[in-house]
Ligand binder design. Structure first.
Ligand SMILES: C/C(=C\CNc1ncnc2c1ncn2[C@@H]1O[C@H](COP(=O)(O)O)[C@@H](O)[C@H]1O)CO
Length: 258
């Protein structure tokens, strides 16, 4: 009778005889610490980035129709802009939209507050910053990201419109990212509504004069942005855009015979 060769199965792998490792996978994981520098390397960061996507998708994938509201982190609660942001948040919630913001103070807080007080769902997608900051107190569901670009993906993927209140560099970054995505056809069903004609009118004029007249954008591009002062308009612009898109979808389906 021949002596049977030793065998080790490790997950999908099978080792025989001399090929059997000295330790098991669990021993290598649990039995010693080893050096720690690798947690500060890019390959490990990729894993952390991946886990942020996983957490974000997991948290937000069951959220219904949602609108992201952007605006200054510095607006004070006694500012008329704050009151306007609160009203916009409330109107969006009243129309059945979940309100998503950056979860911070100022206009983000205003929109979250309005949405929550109106009985809607209020979400904050916070960002780790060099200084201590917690999510504002008007958030039902919150997550804090390490990476700006992961967080930006969440705003775009899980909202059906962007509302942009008065703000500074961060707000402008979010606005220009949104209109670039629409301009390049990366998102196709996405109204971008700027609230505050006195605040935003100058930017729209500048875009028309300097970008359109110079041929740096196409004639239809300025129209990617809607401008209004009226919170009711915000809701109807978004609703109408979605109704039009649904109608176009239905027409396309009929044409394709699907
Ligand atoms: C400046 C202060 C706090 C910053 N905290 C923020 N928390 C969450 N999100 C933020 C914060 N700052 C900027 N953002 C994002 O950019 C937009 C606002 O930027 P702006 O430069 O103030 O216009 C906003 O929509 C966020 O998504 C001190 O309190």
């Amino acid at each position: 009778m021949t002596e049977s060769r030793k065998i080790r199965r490790a997950g999908p792998l099978t080792f025989h005889g001399e090929a059997i490792p000295e330790t098991t996978t669990d021993q290598r994981l649990l039995d010693r610490r080893g050096p720690a520098e690798w947690v500060h390397t890019d390959p490990w960061r990729v894993m952390r980035i991946q886990s942020e996507f996983v957490e974000g998708f997991g948290l937000l994938s069951e959220v219904g129709q949602a609108v992201s509201v952007f605006g200054s982190a510095r607006t004070r609660p006694d500012s008329p802009h704050y009151t306007l942001g609160e009203t916009v948040g409330a109107k969006l919630a009243g129309a059945g939209y979940t309100v998503i913001t950056g979860g911070g103070p100022g206009m983000m807080e205003a929109a979250n507050k309005g949405a929550q007080k109106a009985g809607g769902t209020s979400i904050g997608l916070g960002i780790e910053l060099p200084f201590e900051q917690s999510l504002n107190e008007y958030i039902d569901i919150g997550v804090t990201f390490r990476y700006f670009f992961v967080r930006k993906t969440m705003f775009v993927k899980y909202s059906q419109a962007f509302v942009v209140m008065p703000g500074g560099f961060g707000t402008l970054d979010e606005l220009f990212e949104a209109i670039t995505l629409v301009q390049t056809g990366k998102v196709t069903r996405f109204p971008v509504v700027l609230v505050g004609t006195a605040f935003w009118g100058g930017l729209r004029d500048w875009i028309r004069k300097n970008l359109l007249e110079e041929g740096l954008i196409s004639p239809g591009d300025p129209d990617i942005m809607y401008l209004t002062d009226d919170p009711d308009d915000v809701v109807s612009i978004i609703r109408d855009a979605h109704v039009n898109l649904a109608r176009k979808d239905a027409e396309a389906e009929t044409e394709n015979g699907t």
